[in-house]
Design a protein around this ligand. Structure first.
Ligand code: ADP
Ligand code: MG
Length: 510
């Protein structure tokens, strides 16, 4: 009897080809002839369970039902599988509980143990009664075959697992591609050598590339861009390569506006996201036109409204003057006409300031002198409104380079607002202060204050809460101060008062 313990004897097993099922049947046949067996059966473990099911059998005694199974720790085969130790059973006594105990003479039960020490199957080789019993030599051969089988079964399950993994990855990649292709934004992944790792359908469409033959490198992918557009994106790519996320909007000769964002992607590659924002830009432009038109409309109605009031007074006063019998009486009405005309003039100045924009005519200016002079000019007006003004010049406030007339106009606007905020009169405090790089001018009133929701809109042209306001005063203040390179701040509490602070740099911008 030849026992296949040497490589040469096992060789026929290695040349078996075909599916795992065919292979298992061939091995059982090989075992049957080699071990002169009457029945050979092979059970394989169902992955992740304690159950082994019949996978192949051969020989006249191989009449097991295909539903036959073995459970770990149960019966002779189950115990052999869990212990990992092969067993030889000789003589019917040892088969006391087996249904076929009367006919099986000798049997080898060999577990299939993988390199990872897992039992993946059980090989059963048996002879009928009357034949010679199996010995240690036979068992050694059977074990060699079982090891070979374990490897084959393990390999097969590994291949199956890998195939399942590969299928899963392919499905994931396909899903990923579909998601990317459904995005309206173009998404491009480039590797370090600027080769295209991925480009979704939108990217190809935006870069006017064929969908079926996508370019494999960035240079080819960008061929249909204008040279300026491509150069701008290349700068973005360079910035992203050094770790700075960057973006650019390019305008193509066909009037498309493409917004491109580049950021460092995985493995030092770059991800580009491209959006066609042509429509957004058109909407923004349209909105801007509408806003401008609305502002013009607002301005026109504000002007008409502001002019009509004094005009009504003028025409009323003129009528009264005409009706007056005495010269003194007529003069009284003429004074009203004069005042209203002056107010109209102020109004025109405010509108013209707004329309003209600020052109500074700077010279050396002492802020304290500007304020003192202004207060003198406004004296009667302030007394009339019941406003008591205190002026506290700061220590060593330096001469600065500024447009005195414009500055005076700006401070005047703040004083008027303060006076108007104190219905029936009140205290208005003006102070100056020298700081390291700038001069501060504060105008503080104890008036009605400004509600939180109005603070953000104060400097917007035409924003007014007054029935006879133009809403241009603060807008002009800010424009003048900013033209000097300065800033305007406001703090206010409703019912307590408001403080405006102008900050003027020691020198105006060149
Ligand atoms: P106008 O004085 O013509 O209304 P301004 O631009 O000068 O326009 O002021 C805009 C608005 O800001 C005013 O209508 C008022 O609601 C608010 N405001 C400005 N200064 C003060 C202040 N000192 N106290 C309270 N509210 C103020
Ligand atoms: Mg005002």
């Amino acid at each position: 009897m030849s026992v296949p313990s040497t490589f040469a004897q096992l060789l026929p097993l290695f040349s078996i080809q075909g599916s795992l099922e065919d292979y298992l049947v061939r091995v059982t046949e090989f075992c049957r002839t080699t071990f002169e067996a009457d029945g050979v059966s092979l059970f394989l473990r169902i992955n992740g369970t304690d159950t082994f099911v019949l996978a192949a059998q051969s020989g006249p005694r191989a009449q097991l039902p295909w539903t036959a199974s073995v459970t770990v720790d149960r019966g002779i085969a189950g115990t052999s599988a869990s212990d990992g130790a092969p067993i030889i059973l000789n003589g019917t006594a040892e088969w006391s509980n087996h249904p076929a105990k009367d006919t099986i003479g000798s049997s080898m039960v060999v577990p299939l143990i993988t390199l990872q020490a897992e039992s993946v199957g059980i090989l059963n080789i048996c002879r009928s009664t009357g034949a010679q019993g199996y010995g240690a030599n036979d068992l050694e051969g059977a074990e060699a075959i079982a090891r070979h089988l374990a490897l084959a079964v393990d390999n097969a399950s590994l291949v199956a697992r890998h195939k399942a993994d590969a299928d899963r990855y392919a499905a994931l990649a396909e899903q990923n591609r579909r998601v990317l292709d459904s995005l309206p934004s173009g998404v491009i992944a480039l590797d370090r050598a600027r080769r295209v790792v991925q480009a979704n359908a939108s990217a190809l469409r935006l870069l006017q590339q064929p969908l079926n033959h996508p370019a494999t490198d960035w240079e080819t992918l960008a061929t249909n861009l204008s040279p300026e557009g491509k150069a701008a994106i290349d700068r973005c790519l360079a910035a992203a390569s050094s770790g700075n996320e960057s973006r650019v909007t390019i305008e193509e000769p066909d009037s498309r506006h493409l917004q491109v964002r580049a950021s460092q992607g995985a493995a030092f590659g770059i991800t580009l996201i491209i959006d066609d924002i042509t429509h957004d830009i058109e909407i923004e432009r349209e909105l801007q036109r509408t806003r401008t038109l609305a502002e013009v409309g607002q301005m026109t109605s504000a002007i008409a409204h502001e002019i009509r009031n004094p005009l009504t007074s003028i025409s009323g006063a003129a009528q009264m003057a005409l009706d007056e019998q005495t010269l003194d009486g007529a003069k009284g009405w003429a004074k009203v006409v004069q005042q209203e005309a002056l107010q109209l003039n102020d109004l025109c100045d405010e509108f013209l300031d707004f329309a003209k924009g600020v052109a500074l005519n700077p010279g050396e200016a002492s802020i304290d002198a500007v304020v003192s002079e202004l207060l003198m000019q406004m004296d009667s007006q302030l007394i009339e409104s019941g406003t008591r003004v205190s002026f506290e010049p700061g220590d060593q406030v330096p001469i600065i380079l500024a447009d005195k007339a414009k500055l005076s106009q700006a401070i005047r606007n703040l004083i008027l607002n303060g006076a108007e905020a104190m219905v029936g009169g009140g205290e208005l405090r003006i102070s100056t202060e020298a700081q390291q790089n700038c001069v501060l001018i504060r105008v503080e009133d104890h008036g009605i204050g400004i509600p939180e929701e109005n603070l953000a809109r104060l400097f917007t042209p035409f924003f007014t809460t007054k029935s006879r306001g133009t809403g241009l005063g603060l807008c002009n203040v800010r424009r003048v101060i900013e033209a000097h390179g300065g800033s305007v701040e406001v703090t206010s509490r409703v019912g307590v008062g408001t403080e405006f602070t102008l900050c003027l740099p020691l020198r105006t911008r060149p």
